[in-house]
Write a protein of this length. Structure first.
Length: 107
């Protein structure tokens, strides 16, 4: 079966945390790339609506890597409940598919 790909999204407390997580995931070939964006967030936490300035980390990977990515994020993230999620990529060019496959296989 051919591997399918995902966009992995994670909010981090700050740029340093996002960069550290991204670097580790890249070094381990768990993701092919990482993008950083500053965001303002509002969310429910412990019965109250909270606000935070965060960094959204968006990464590309394969579906088979998600559980390992999650285990690594849990070790490194400062939040009690890191909001890690993945969105399936329904279409991708052949060149991009080859690059994603090579990048996440360590070749």
């Amino acid at each position: 079966m051919e591997d399918s790909f995902i966009e992995v999204i994670l909010t981090c407390a700050n740029r340093e945390e996002a960069q550290a997580i991204a670097s580790t995931l890249l070094d381990k070939h768990l993701v092919a790339c990482a993008e950083f964006a500053s965001v303002e967030s509002r969310f429910w936490w412990k019965g109250n609506i909270s606000e935070a300035h965060e960094v959204r980390l968006t990464m590309l990977s394969s579906t088979t890597k998600f559980d390992t990515i999650y285990q690594q994020v849990k070790k490194m993230h400062s939040y009690d409940t890191p909001a890690l999620r993945a969105v399936p990529i329904s279409e991708v060019t052949e060149d991009t598919k080859m690059w994603l496959g090579e990048s996440t296989s360590g070749q």
